[in-house]
Design a binder for this molecule. Structure first.
Ligand code: SF4
Ligand code: SF4
Length: 473
């Protein structure tokens, strides 16, 4: 007779999933966000599964044809991941055990520093623990089938399940593909990653390497659309704007205070940061009534011209309790994951699409248009949406602050203390690993890679403002 583990995995595969694995109690030792009991009391094991992103939609997104197909793919696949989670949890319950699906990672633990954004359960760490994926240089988890362009789902259960043997060792990708690639580093407008320094996540007693990261707010701001332009000013993500101080100075040389200062000063110039953040959270953690989503899909957003498309999205928002949306884009980057294909060659192809795509820029009507050069983009670029008053900005600022205070700020003793214990264990493991290494730094090791391609980037040209400042000096 088939084991329970095999029956569960067969059931997941019957839902059209190719990559699935299990981590039992012996393989769930790691950061607090790998603790399944946070999601469900008494949880002992997890089932982790992965779906691929739509590559045509990625091509359209990176190649600046349109962001809409990838946004729709995100919506549809997240719905599918959630639906599969419901079915798998229900199936496990028929076997006599409690089970719960984990929602998409927009449910964060409360923290005294709410920008740290620690998820209730990390799908990525879950996939690593279940042995179906390993970290790449960007810290996104990868499989040989899909690269890092994937969506991950998790179900937690009270069943004590036998763990799968990991498909990949912790350094599988970082020492393999990543040494020849580093495309994720090249596509990051915020310069989130150090060029050749590693840092580690401790999971099941093993150090899992990834690029040493700069301040997480660089990614928070860029993913939220506040900064979009590459350091060499040759391409952009689909973000709304540019953070000028980040264009002038390498962000890895900026203090934490100046990073967060410039992030916050930009977030309050949009006028719809509160509703957008609320929409991301609502779509991620709640089951949005199917009829509302279907009505929106039925309007074929990919075919609607700009103002109607935003109007359709705004109507969807109002139906699910989010008022004041001014754009149909929620997350605008994700490029480090999107560029990462199932071969180094494929990642290089995707990077080349992005590098040649031009600069997406917000015009005076609020529409995103693509400019061929930085100089042209500067001519078109408007920092503020049209028609915004001081009161609109103030209202949005208060809405966002209240959302963050109500939902993400606070002290959760279990997560807080668990984090301290985990960090002490991680540091000790890193110290043991790097002891004696001649280039060792306290928390990282150099990655013996080929030089990062970004070293070869030309110096950034001066902005119109730089020139104006020089002229008036
Ligand atoms: S894009 Fe390249 S370097 Fe980055 S994680 Fe993927 S394979 Fe590794
Ligand atoms: S999501 Fe965008 S900003 Fe964040 S690390 Fe990836 S490329 Fe950089």
């Amino acid at each position: 007779m088939e084991s329970m583990e095999q029956r569960i995995k067969d059931f997941v595969r019957q839902q059209g999933v190719e990559v699935v694995g299990i981590a039992g109690p012996d393989r769930l030792d790691g950061p607090p966000s790998l603790d399944p009991t946070y999601t469900m009391k008494g949880a002992r094991s997890i089932v982790s599964y992965i779906l691929p992103m739509d590559v045509e939609a990625i091509d359209a997104y990176l190649g600046k044809k349109s962001y809409v197909p990838h946004n729709l793919d995100q919506f549809r696949k997240n719905i599918r991941v959630n639906a599969i989670g419901d079915l798998v949890a229900a199936y496990i319950r028929t076997l006599g055990y409690a089970a719960e699906p984990v929602k998409a990672n927009t449910t964060y633990r409360r923290s005294l520093y709410p920008f740290s954004l620690h998820p209730s359960f990390s799908h990525r760490f879950g996939a690593m623990a279940a042995g179906i994926a390993a970290q790449g240089w960007s810290g996104n988890v990868m499989t040989e089938e899909y690269g890092a362009a994937n969506y991950i789902g998790t179900v937690v259960t009270s069943a004590v399940l036998a763990s799968d043997r990991p498909r990949y060792g912790p350094r599988h990708f970082v020492d393999g593909w990543c040494r020849k690639c580093k495309m994720c580093d090249k596509v990051c407008a915020a310069r989130m990653f150090r060029e050749v320094e590693e840092e580690y996540v401790l999971v099941n007693g093993e150090l899992h390497p990834r690029a040493r990261r700069n301040d997480i707010n660089l990614c928070n701001a860029t993913c939220f659309g506040l900064h979009a332009i590459s350091p060499d000013r040759k391409f952009t993500s689909w973000g709304f704007g540019w953070i000028r101080p980040w264009m002038k100075k390498p962000t890895d040389r900026m203090s934490k205070l100046s990073v967060i200062g410039s992030f916050l000063s930009r977030v309050f110039t949009r006028g719809d940061s509160g509703p957008r953040f609320q929409m991301i959270a609502t779509l991620g953690k709640a089951y949005v009534p199917q009829e509302h989503l279907q009505a929106w899909f039925d309007r074929r957003p990919e075919r609607l011209p700009y103002p109607e498309r935003v109007e359709a999205f705004r109507e969807l928002g109002e139906k699910i309790g989010v008022k004041g949306l001014r754009s149909d884009r929620l997350l605008t980057c994700g490029q480090c994951g999107l560029v990462c294909g199932p071969t180094v060659k494929e990642s290089a192809r995707r990077f080349s699409l992005l590098a040649r795509s031009g600069l997406a820029v917000q015009n005076a009507q609020g529409e995103m248009v693509v400019a061929p050069t930085y100089e042209k983009a500067e001519e078109i670029y408007t920092e503020r949406l049209p028609g915004l008053t001081f009161w609109d900005l103030l209202r949005d600022c208060l809405a966002l602050v209240s959302l963050i205070l109500r939902n993400y700020t606070g002290l959760e003793p279990r997560s807080f203390l668990g984090g301290i214990v985990y960090e002490a264990r991680r540091r000790k493991a890193v110290r043991l690993r790097i002891a004696g290494h001649k280039d060792a730094r306290p928390a990282s090791l150099p990655h013996p890679a080929i030089p990062s391609p970004r070293s070869a980037l030309p110096p950034a040209p001066a902005t119109r403002r730089d020139e104006a400042a020089r002229a008036s000096a």
